[in-house]
Design a protein around this ligand. Structure first.
Ligand code: HEM
Length: 154
């Protein structure tokens, strides 16, 4: 049983629920992390001030503020909650490696926020090809994080 007799296991009875909520939050956050850069690709090709550009601004704002940021906060809260169930063996290394990649994902989230703000101000600091390439970064981080969390290779 996770956390039997462990001082860190105050949340042990809630382990299955915390894991379900953690995974649901991760899915919502990742949906945005994979889709927002696609919106940037199309937005970068639109005329500033055009109706299309204004529609992209609305879509980007609602996705980022309405879904991605709350989902990121929920992922962190439920992830930290999971560490308090006693499930983590602290001498294994996977969680530390995962947290490095999660920090990278969180940093990407904040950079996306800055780019969203630039688009909202009708700036076009990068071209469509740049956002298409950047789109791969959250994908690679996601693959690494899920393998570390599920396989726990070390
Ligand atoms: C924000 C900090 C995070 C912390 C502290 C954290 C911590 C944890 C912990 C302790 C578990 C339980 C592992 C187990 O049941 O053996 C877990 C499961 C999981 N986490 Fe996270 N996590 C975080 C973020 C993320 C992110 C960003 C993703 C994906 C992008 C993710 C994906 C998963 C998955 C898929 C599982 C289920 C693994 C399994 O069932 O074996 N986590 N997490």
């Amino acid at each position: 049983m996770p956390g039997d007799g462990d001082a860190m296991s105050v949340l042990a009875p809630y382990y299955p629920w915390l894991k379900a909520l953690h995974i649901l939050s991760v899915i919502a956050w990742m949906a945005g992390m994979l889709y927002l850069p696609r919106l940037f690709v199309y937005h970068a090709g639109s005329e500033p001030g055009s109706a299309t550009s204004e529609t992209f601004k609305t879509m980007e704002r609602r996705l980022y503020r309405g879904i991605m940021t709350p989902a990121m906060i929920a992922t962190w809260i439920f992830g930290i909650g999971l560490t308090l169930t006693g499930v983590v063996v602290w001498t294994t290394f996977w969680l530390y490696a995962k947290l490095v990649l999660v920090a990278g994902m969180t940093w990407m989230h904040m950079i996306f926020g800055r780019w969203r703000g630039a688009f909202a101000a009708d700036a076009r600091p990068h071209g469509a090809g740049f956002y298409r390439a950047i789109n791969e970064v959250p994908t690679l981080l996601l693959i690494g994080i899920v393998i570390l969390a599920a396989v726990k290779p070390f």
